[in-house]
Ligand binder design. Sequence first.
Ligand SMILES: [Zn+2]
Length: 329
Amino acid sequence: MSIRLDAFMDLYYQQEVTVMERDHMELRGKLQQLLGEFTFPHTVASPRRIEMEEFSLYKRERYLIPSLKGLMIPTYILTPKSNNKTFETVIALHGHGYGSKEIVGLREDGTEDTDEPGIHQHFAVELVKRGLKVFAPEVIGFGERRHSKDLANNKANSCYSLATLLLMSGKTLAGLRVAETRHMLDQLKKFSDVDYERVGLMGFSGGALIAAYSAALDRRVKATVLTGFTNTFKGSILHTNHCIDNYVPGILRYGELPDYISLICPRALFVESGLRDPIFPIETTKKAIDELKEIYDRLDAKEQFTFDLFDGKHEVSGRNAYDWLASNL
Ligand SMILES: [Zn+2]
């Protein structure tokens, strides 16, 4: 008698996932360990501006921000035109696609995108229009930060080669992206118009993964918007094939995805998801939301958790999220 593979996988999942009452500090430590540690030098060179463009409501600059081991993070910085001396600030993290240009209103070739926006909905531009200063880093593995052979072959991203190298050294690509985001939080101090006490994260899809784990680990993040991501591992990345950058060895041993997202509690969290998202299906998004609600209630932070399920697919909506982020920073 043989056991069918799907039954075996269900059983294996049930035995592997340990969702137990555990101390937030302990789970945070586990998450950091599973993602892998990346050490940044204490002092790095100053960010260098390479582009500047003026619009009626904001200016768009591009900086090269030094990262670890000689890496540079090309980063668009959108600043509202206003008399304010400091601004509430958001790090905006794009998902799979052509990189940071996709969220700041540019086409892949760098020209202004005046067409109907794609699934990223130019969300960094929407945020600057609400008075927030926005940093949109090129996430490693995308856009200009692809492997040279992937750039030459116009391959969409370098997730595979980066992730496999890191996995074989006992680390993860998710971990490197989280580490760079936390490094970016440090680098915000070099911009005198950033209100460092009021910093948030907004991420879409793979960018929401980075935002979720970064906010979970780093209490400097005051408010977080996760769009097109919140789910259970079982219902999303174990349900359909996702990019290898989603898979963190050992992560099931200490909890399911909502447990890790709940490390953001009691800080402000907004979850949005499309009702017709095929890769982060709504049934398990609702399950994750119920669990997050329960945890926020239990920790007496009910009003800090908000969500919006909109009639859409795997895309950004922002219909409530943008204003929520502006008022929660
Ligand atoms: Zn990827």
